[in-house]
Design a binder for this molecule. Structure first.
Ligand SMILES: [Zn+2]
Ligand SMILES: [Zn+2]
Length: 185
């Protein structure tokens, strides 16, 4: 059995935690890793016990939702709260960090940032990461690795396709039938 690569494993963790986000504008997840161990994770959401954007709507000031703490910051603060050193740790995040998070990431001693999606990649953040010698690398997340039993589903699709073709259905009918099945896999 082929095991999942580390990069994809930690990126999967960040994508999973992003589903806990309470801000409807963007769902972000971050995981802090040291020596291949996850030491903290965070998603963008309100302070503990505070109102959620999902219930009260976003609190927009100058084009930004100020209600939430960003995922990267929440992960770093979790380390502060529970006393885990972030020095020389690595960060896996679903989206490219904003300038404020970038500065905190550098200051916390994070040595590498792996992000899955470009998001308003700020030139100043890029410059600061460079100056600080932080490794910044895009690691697109392959969602298919979480698709349980993908191989057997693909084999099933092949046999369904063959069966449909044998029926001699009109081309467009066969196509739409196959597409609807494919969407379910
Ligand atoms: Zn919000
Ligand atoms: Zn941020």
């Amino acid at each position: 059995m082929k095991r999942i690569e580390w990069d994809q494993f930690f990126m999967a963790q960040s994508h999973l935690i992003s589903t806990r986000s309470t801000c409807t504008r963007l769902m972000v997840g971050a995981t802090i890793v040291r020596d291949k161990r996850m030491i903290a994770s965070g998603y963008n959401g309100s302070i503990a016990g505070g109102d959620h954007c999902t219930e009260k709507g976003c609190l927009i000031v100058e084009g930004h939702c100020i209600r939430t703490i960003h995922a990267e910051m929440n992960a770093l603060l979790q380390c502060a709260k529970f006393g885990a050193s972030t020095d020389q740790a690595e960060l896996y995040v679903t989206h490219f960090p904003c300038v404020a998070c970038c500065k905190s990431i550098i200051q916390a001693g994070i040595k590498a940032v792996y992000y899955a999606k470009d998001y308003k990649n700020n030139p100043y953040a890029i410059e600061l990461f460079e100056q600080a010698g932080v490794i910044v690398k895009k690691v697109p997340f392959d969602h298919e690795i979480l698709n349980d039993g993908l191989l057997s589903k693909q084999q099933m699709l092949t046999s369904i396709t063959e069966a449909i073709n044998e029926e001699g259905l009109p081309e467009d009918k066969a196509q739409s039938l196959l597409q609807s099945i494919e969407g379910k896999l």
